[in-house]
Design a binder for this molecule. Structure first.
Ligand code: HEC
Ligand code: HEC
Ligand code: HEC
Ligand code: HEC
Ligand code: HEC
Length: 157
């Protein structure tokens, strides 16, 4: 439907966690539309009884790994680079295993992945043939110090 990711995951740009929306967020629309959909019974029950919906968490890193959403979004790493085409997933699934190697592949070569600010939330973005040059410029402009990004202490405090 083109609803902004940040409409529901409100803290992804500001804090370590992206956040999952409260029932009230669903209710701003679903008190008006699709009010009799059986699929939305769980939302209506939650609202009326004031009991939060229990979502199943699919993406996780172990406790000994530190991860922060806000810095990635601020430096031009897209939700879709890490979570895949969420906009096409009927049921949310874990697109990447989040193994250490996967994090390091980007931390050692961030220029291959960073996007211009306007493209961070664009699911259709394609890296053009001139991306190598653009990526290097973005890394420089945003002050990303890639030489330090694979230090153990970055992710293991
Ligand atoms: C209308 C509110 C809403 C919008 C808009 C929305 N999400 Fe979500 N998202 C949710 C809810 C609720 C969940 C938990 C249920 C689930 O996992 O399916 C979720 C789950 C997720 C998860 C998995 C979380 C986990 O369990 O690890 C990711 C990743 C995610 N969303 C990313 C996105 C991205 C990227 C966008 C923008 C394209 C987006 N979402 C837009 C409500 C929303
Ligand atoms: C900004 C408005 C908006 C918000 C907020 C919103 N929705 Fe929706 N939702 C829609 C619209 C519009 C549709 C109808 C889509 C269509 O017709 O294809 C829909 C459809 C649905 C459906 C399908 C209903 C059916 O019977 O097929 C479900 C389930 C649903 N939403 C769940 C949620 C949940 C859960 C949340 C909160 C996490 C949420 N929505 C938040 C606008 C919204
Ligand atoms: C650099 C990769 C990366 C990017 C970019 C990214 N995520 Fe995540 N996301 C992760 C990882 C890793 C986890 C698991 C974190 C944990 O276990 O602490 C996660 C967890 C989540 C979760 C569930 C837990 C939580 O934090 O609420 C949601 C929802 C989510 N991401 C949404 C988003 C949205 C929306 C965006 C874009 C604004 C986004 N992510 C961008 C890697 C990423
Ligand atoms: C697609 C690229 C990409 C992926 C994948 C990625 N990162 Fe990052 N990460 C970055 C960039 C770019 C920065 C910003 C570095 C800077 O500002 O100098 C960053 C910064 C960080 C920081 C903050 C460093 C600081 O100095 O504050 C942490 C922590 C981090 N990443 C952890 C992770 C973990 C853990 C994973 C895997 C689960 C991961 N990242 C996956 C690109 C990525
Ligand atoms: C960019 C983030 C990042 C950096 C930098 C990083 N790690 Fe990791 N590390 C991870 C993640 C994510 C995991 C969890 C992988 C998983 O769950 O499969 C992990 C797991 C581990 C584990 C546990 C392995 C296991 O099999 O349980 C060890 C040990 C480890 N890292 C050591 C290091 C050392 C030593 C360094 C520095 C040379 C380092 N890490 C740098 C992200 C990072």
């Amino acid at each position: 439907m083109g609803i902004d990711c940040l409409y529901c995951h409100t803290s992804a740009e500001k804090t370590a966690i992206a956040g999952v929306p409260a029932t009230e967020t669903c209710y701003t629309c679903h008190s008006q539309i699709w009010t009799s959909s059986p699929l939305l019974q769980v939302v209506r029950d939650s609202y009326e009884k004031d009991i939060p919906i229990e979502w199943n968490r699919v993406n996780n890193v172990p406790d000994f790994v530190y991860f922060d959403h806000s810095i990635h979004v601020a430096k031009g790493v897209s939700c879709f680079t890490c979570h895949g085409r969420i906009d096409n997933q009927n049921l949310t699934f874990k697109e990447n295993a989040f193994q250490m190697k996967w994090c390091l592949d980007c931390h050692r070569n961030p220029e291959e992945f960073v996007r211009p600010d306007a493209e961070v939330f664009n699911p259709e973005y394609h890296y053009g043939p001139d991306h190598a040059q653009l990526g290097r410029e973005l890394v420089k402009k945003r002050g990303i110090v890639k030489e330090q990004l694979d230090d153990c202490s970055v992710c293991h405090h």
